[in-house]
Ligand binder design. Structure first.
Ligand SMILES: Cc1cc2nc3c(=O)[nH]c(=O)nc-3n(C[C@H](O)[C@H](O)[C@H](O)COP(=O)(O)OP(=O)(O)OC[C@H]3O[C@@H](n4cnc5c(N)ncnc54)[C@H](O)[C@@H]3O)c2cc1C
Ligand code: FES
Length: 278
C-alpha cells in the first residue's frame, strides 16, 4: 500500500467546531503524517478534494477540519459517524522543523488556515518547542480550536486572537498583531525567527512582505484547486517555474515564494485558466 492508495475508512467521530466548520476523525493505517501534509478525501458519487490533516495521534486517528464552501464539502458535512469516506495520503511536503529549540517561532493563520497550524502546534508542543500563535478571524463565531490553543498558552508559548470586528480578542488583522509582536526585535532576533503561516493568500502575501523587510525565515501553506493530488494533471501548477502545490508543496519557503509570480496574484479555475486573486 502506498500513500496514493485510497483507503476506505469509517468516520469514528465528528466535532462541530463552528457554524460552517466540522472536524471529521477516522482511523488510517500506513505512513504517519507530518504537520503540513494533506489528504485527498473522496466522497463517493460526489468528488475528491484536498484537506489538510489537522490532527493525528499514535493510535492512527487522523482528523480533517472541513469548511462548508461547495458541493463536496457540503456532502462531507452531511456525513454521520459510521459513514465511509475514501482517503489518500499523507500527500505533499511538511513544515520544516528547526533542529534546535531557541528560535522565536510564530504560527500565524486565519480562518480554516488554522487546520494545519493546529497539527503543527501540537507537534511543536510535544517536541518541547515554545512558540506564539496568532489566530485571526472575521468574527468570534469563526474562531477555531480555541480550547487547544489556550492549552498551549503557558510559560513562554503564547496565544493571540484577533477578529476583524473586535467581537473577540484584539480588533484587527493577524498581520497587524504579528507586526506588533516583533516591533522591538533586533537584527539578531529576526535572524533567529521562523514564521509559519496558512490562510487567505492576501494575508500570506502581507506576511511575506513583512518577513522580506526583516529578513526573516518564512513558510506558507498554499491552496490551489486540485484534481489528481499527486503531480499528474498540472492543475495546481504555479508560474513561472511550474512548481506543483500537490507535490512540491503545499508548504513553500520564502526563497521559493520570492520567485513565484503567481503568489498573491493569480490562481487557476477548474479549467486551468488563470484568474486574479482579489
Ligand atoms: C493543500 C490544501 C489543503 C486544504 N485544506 C483544507 C482544510 O483543511 N479545510 C478546508 O475546509 N478546506 C481545505 N482546502 C480547500 C478545499 O480543498 C476546498 O474548499 C474544497 O475542495 C472545495 O470543494 P467543494 O466541492 O466543496 O467546493 P466547490 O463547489 O468545488 O467550490 C467552492 C469554492 O471553493 C473554491 N475551491 C475549490 N477547490 C479549492 C481548493 N482546492 N483550494 C481552494 N479553493 C478551492 C472554488 O473556487 C469555489 O470558489 C485545502 C486545499 C488545498 C489545496
Ligand atoms: S493536482 Fe494534479 S498536478 Fe497537482
Amino acid at each position: 500500500m502506498t500513500e496514493n492508495t485510497i483507503q476506505t475508512v469509517k468516520i469514528s467521530r465528528i466535532i462541530n467546531d463552528c457554524e460552517s466548520v466540522k472536524t471529521i476523525i477516522f482511523k488510517m493505517t500506513g505512513t504517519q503524517p507530518k504537520p503540513g501534509q494533506f489528504v485527498m478525501i473522496w466522497v463517493p458519487g460526489v468528488d475528491e478534494v484536498p484537506m489538510s490533516i489537522s490532527a493525528c495521534d499514535e493510535a492512527g486517528d487522523w482528523a480533517i477540519t472541513v469548511k462548508n464552501v461547495g458541493e463536496c464539502t457540503e456532502a462531507l458535512h452531511e456525513l454521520k459517524v459510521n459513514d465511509y469516506i475514501g482517503v489518500r495520503g499523507p500527500l505533499g511536503n511538511c513544515f520544516y522543523i528547526p533542529p534546535h529549540k531557541d528560535y522565536n517561532i510564530f504560527l500565524v493563520g486565519g480562518g480554516i488556515g488554522m487546520a494545519p497550524l493546529r497539527f503543527l502546534a501540537n507537534h511543536l508542543k510535544t517536541s518541547g518547542y515554545t512558540f506564539k500563535v496568532v489566530q485571526g478571524a472575521k468574527v468570534e463565531s469563526d474562531l477555531l480550536y480555541m480550547n487547544d490553543f489556550y492549552e498551549y498558552d503557558q510559560k513562554d508559548s503564547k496565544f493571540h486572537v484577533c477578529t476583524d470586528d473586535g467581537s473577540y480578542g484584539e480588533e484587527g488583522f493577524a498581520t497587524e498583531i504579528f507586526e506588533n509582536l516583533i516591533k522591538d526585535f533586533s537584527q539578531k532576533d529576526f535572524k533567529n525567527t521562523i514564521v509559519y503561516s496558512c490562510g487567505p493568500e492576501e494575508m500570506l502575501y502581507k506576511l511575506f512582505q513583512i518577513c522580506e523587510k526583516n529578513n526573516t525565515e518564512f513558510y506558507a501553506s498554499l491552496e490551489r484547486i486540485m484534481r489528481c493530488g499527486c503531480g499528474l494533471c498540472g492543475l495546481c501548477a504555479l508560474d513561472p517555474k511550474g512548481l506543483l502545490v500537490c507535490k512540491d508543496g503545499p508548504i513553500f519557503s520564502y526563497d521559493q515564494l520570492e520567485k513565484m509570480g503567481d503568489f498573491g496574484k493569480y490562481r487557476r479555475d477548474f479549467t486551468g485558466k488563470k484568474i486574479k486573486i482579489e
